[in-house]
Design a binder for this molecule. Structure first.
Ligand SMILES: [Fe+2]
Length: 546
């Protein structure tokens, strides 16, 4: 069965293609439109469909719209209720519902030849759940979904077995851990439903001084759900305007909410495990991008294994909705092969782009060695290899790389990217070396969705990737799955004694990650990067005047 999955309504419009249970392609619209997150998550923008991503998915598979058996849409408007009835203050939410109701016609317009009757609505949290359990290596697994909101709920706890989902608990709106975290994000002067990870980073600078206040407002029940009562944020820390300096109160507030979030997630996971007796937990929904909480779930929930969908936010519901319908129709679902499900280019295509741009480029004997040389000499490298990543993390395909042994490189990279200086950058490490340096979080950790403790003797050696609390958000690199990245890490280790390289996403502030060769050249042209390694080629930054 050929299923095109579409996410459009709230955040991060995306498309994914599943053919006979196999994930063939998945990409976010922002990578094509060059507009971060595709559109703002406001009701007025909810009609915008991931048109370019959807067309590309079909192209990638050499398919036509008429070949599709179904198109899935990761929101079911027949389950929705008016915002007022849900206790939400969202006066234009009815626009969303209208757009969702008409999605089949809209989709038929943007994908000419599509029969609107082929469009199937999938409940939002079921789409998230499938992106967790069905895309995971396990298939039969418990799944916990937490996000801002779906049709009427903000949470689902269930279990997939034999491709069938049993729902054990849901939490109705307005209670929502995702919306709570979004509110705090806004209170701290950041962009809500975009900058939540900045709050998580800030939390490491605080102590949970307001824990009791938050605990009194955010409580679990004995049915696997929870309540979130309104919080008077200003009584604990004054609201910040965008760009305004934060102080200890703000860090302490972030730390308090983070601590309570972790406790509640643990309670929800333990409840689910008691109910199912399961030993493997999968996670999806925007809250599952909280890698600090994920590490606690791994360590303390009682599950033997925890797997997180790399596109845990709404982008992942494009894939999840398609997988769910394919499973319902009896297809045997295969685990997603990796996060590199986006666009890729042949060497010839890349060379043509370089010639068009009229830049000097070389084809070294081994691009991995060339990059390791540059990094060892403290250069910053733009690394563009293979297919782009699905989800918000750069995982060695569209990355900025640097030497982790120079503490100044944290500031340098945050400057290159135009980011706040309190934000950490992350290490990539050869999988077989990881346990020597990193502990507590699960290893291997190929998708950067957990935090790990850095061994004390290594903190001095790789200071640029150690966060203020002594942790790092590791990506482990498997030699078989990522031979080129592994070779680069090995060549870097030979030169420096460090099997670790700084890896952060290849983009500059406010822009989506680089996706195509032209984006890579534009980024290289405008940012102080020493070397662009694109396919087998390298482009060097020439010192000014030469
Ligand atoms: Fe969601």
């Amino acid at each position: 069965m050929k299923v095109l999955g579409v996410n459009a309504l709230f955040h991060d419009p995306a498309a994914a293609l599943v053919v006979d249970g196999q994930t063939v392609a998945a990409a976010e619209e922002e990578r094509f439109s060059r507009r971060k997150h595709g559109h703002r998550p406001v009701p007025f923008a909810a009609w915008e469909l991931p048109e370019q991503a959807a067309r590309w998915c079909l192209e990638q598979a050499g398919m036509d719209v008429s070949d599709l058996d179904a198109v899935t849409y990761s929101f079911d408007p027949t389950l929705a209720r008016p915002a007022e009835a849900l206790g939400l203050h969202d006066p234009w939410d009815h626009l969303r519902q209208t757009y969702a109701h008409h999605a089949p016609q809209f989709l038929a317009t943007s994908l000419p030849g599509l029969d609107p009757a082929a469009v199937r609505f999938v409940r939002h949290h079921v789409a998230h759940a499938a992106s967790g359990a069905l895309a995971s290596p396990y298939q039969d697994a418990d799944v916990l979904v937490l996000d801002g909101r779906g049709e009427c709920a903000s949470h689902l706890a269930g279990r997939y077995e034999g491709g069938r989902l049993t729902v054990h608990a849901t939490q109705e709106l307005p209670h929502s851990l995702g919306l709570l975290y979004e509110e705090l994000t806004e209170h701290l002067g950041f962009l809500r439903s975009s900058d939540e990870f900045k709050v998580m980073a800030m939390a490491s600078y605080g102590t949970p001084r307001f824990h009791d206040e938050i605990r009194a407002r955010v409580r679990t029940d004995d049915r696997g759900g929870f309540s979130t009562d309104p919080i008077a944020w200003h009584t604990m820390a004054k609201p910040l305007r965008p760009g305004e300096e934060w102080d200890q109160d703000h860090a302490d507030l972030a730390a308090s909410v983070q601590a309570r979030l972790e406790e509640v997630l643990l309670e929800l996971a333990r409840w689910l495990r008691r109910r199912t007796g399961g030993d493997r937990l999968t996670l999806a929904g925007g809250v599952a991008l909280n890698c600090v909480a994920n590490t606690r779930l791994h360590a303390e929930s009682g599950y033997d294994e925890v797997w997180v969908q790399p596109a845990a936010g709404d982008a992942g519901t494009a894939l999840g909705s398609a997988l769910h319908v394919a499973a319902e129709e009896g297809d045997e679902i295969r685990p997603m092969p990796g996060a590199d499900l986006g666009r890729g280019w042949s060497d010839e295509e890349i060379e043509a782009h370089l010639r068009t741009a009229q830049v000097d480029f070389e084809r070294p004997a081994d691009v991995a060695v060339e990059v390791a040389e540059c990094l060892a000499a403290d250069g910053v490298v733009a690394w563009f290899q293979g297919r782009s990543e699905y989800g918000p993390r750069a995982l060695g395909h569209r990355s900025l790389l640097a030497h982790p042994g120079r503490s100044a490189n944290l500031e340098r990279l945050n400057d290159v990217k135009g980011r706040e200086q309190f934000r950490p950058v992350a290490p990539m490490v050869l999988a077989e070396r990881a346990s020597r340096i990193f502990s507590r979080g699960p290893l291997p950790s190929p998708y950067m969705l957990f935090v790990h403790d850095v061994a004390p003797q290594w903190r001095e050696r790789i200071p640029a990737v150690v966060h203020v609390d002594g942790t790092a958000r590791v990506q482990t690199v498997d030699r078989d799955g990522e031979p080129l990245v592994a070779r680069m890490l090995e060549a870097f280790e030979q030169r420096t004694g460090l099997p670790v390289v700084i890896n952060t996403s290849l983009n500059t502030a406010g822009r989506p990650m680089v996706d195509d060769p032209r984006d890579a050249l534009e980024c290289f042209g405008s940012a102080p990067v020493s070397l662009l390694a694109i396919g087998p080629f390298v482009v060097r930054r020439r010192p000014p005047g030469r």
